[in-house]
Design a protein around this ligand. Sequence first.
Ligand SMILES: Cc1cc2nc3c(=O)[nH]c(=O)nc-3n(C[C@H](O)[C@H](O)[C@H](O)COP(=O)(O)OP(=O)(O)OC[C@H]3O[C@@H](n4cnc5c(N)ncnc54)[C@H](O)[C@@H]3O)c2cc1C
Length: 417
Amino acid sequence: MERNHEIVIIGAGFAGLSLAKKLIKANFEVLLIDKNNYHTFQPLLYQVATGGLEPSNIAYPIRRIFREEKNIRLLMAEVQEILPSENKIKTSLGEVGYRHLIIATGSTNNFFNFEPIKEYFLPLKSVPDALKIKAHIVNNLERLNMQDETAIDELMNIAVIGAGPAGVEIAGILAEMKHKVLPKDYPEFDFDRMNIYLFEAKDKVLPVMSEKSSTYSLKYLQELGVDVLLGTMVKDFDERKIMLESGESYYCNTVIWTAGVKGAPVNGLEQELIDRGNRILVNKFNQVLPYQNIYAIGDVAAHYDTENPRGLPMLAQVAIQQGSHLAKNLINLRQGKTLVPFAYQDKGVMATVGKNKAVVELPKLKLQGFIAWFIWMFVHLLALIGFRNRIITVIDWIQNYANYDRPLSAIFRRYEN
Ligand SMILES: Cc1cc2nc3c(=O)[nH]c(=O)nc-3n(C[C@H](O)[C@H](O)[C@H](O)COP(=O)(O)OP(=O)(O)OC[C@H]3O[C@@H](n4cnc5c(N)ncnc54)[C@H](O)[C@@H]3O)c2cc1C
């Protein structure tokens, strides 16, 4: 492994996989490194957190993806530092040399000023996070029997901080479960007492989408009984209650954090190459200058252009397109041709709020309700890796659709990222 590899890619997320698949087809010799031995389909994490899907539906072993390929080596290791002057990286399993290095390490949670109390929050960024949320909720429900009145509110209520797509999706499904699933599993409790809060500092849900989609999503959430608190700044949380800047407080032990992410760069690059969002500054070819042979793609790359003065959004499509574009540029380089600048093709954004309720924004069309929900399902199903995963996911979704029967109850403890 220590020898010089032609191409070293750090991260087998959407960006790293899209790049690696194209490069091996063009006969490049690739080393793909990831700290996990699986690829995570993050858009469906909330379904694992709420028992709708099993982890194996959305976490696909990297080795299986490249089973038939000869030009790729895989290494499960954490990359700890880049040594640009030596064209080397340090990993948890030793040093590796490269001719071209591609950083595709994605993003991580940003807790802003809540960093000192982040352990109290439940983030939703990985499969272990999703399993932890599920176990936490079930564990609280199992403890309900022996509690006094205030503790019942603490254990039953669930708060979600951040009304972006992930926050809206998980709040919506939790509200559905409160009405349709939990009363069947815990008939002895009165679920009218359970509150699902959604706190958002901005004055709308889904701030990244249009006014129309935002209004529809708010309506859907309210129909499901989610308590949406807009323009609300959370000030503190002590594991028993959430305190707001306004002075109000809400009893609640389960607080799901979807309010922010930041880039997850690897150590070793100069500080001036990292932007405010902790992302690596790249030029229009995704190069990390002054290093001609280091590139960053996906969530970790801060790609600014005139159309995106705040940088490209952290979306799976951006990551996939950057991976595929960089592959073409590396082929160009090998052929002595000039590099082509990256231009993002916006294919749209979407979010689902519950059964038959979704909002979809395509470049020329905005849709809501059942059709949007159907498109959302279809697009996510196609994007899953593996035929077997798609079939099992369809079966699970049909079952959930027909009888809302999510198997939430088994508690598995201790999940580490
Ligand atoms: C809950 C949730 C819902 C989302 N929903 C949507 C959605 O509906 N639509 C959408 O477009 N986007 C969605 N996103 C965003 C989307 O998932 C990201 O934009 C996308 O995953 C970025 O791809 P990436 O390849 O840059 O990073 P990732 O997919 O995060 O991959 C990064 C990889 O790098 C590895 N890695 C990180 N650091 C190291 C290291 N030091 N050493 C070795 N390996 C390392 C990680 O293990 C990981 O496999 C969602 C994200 C979340 C968290």
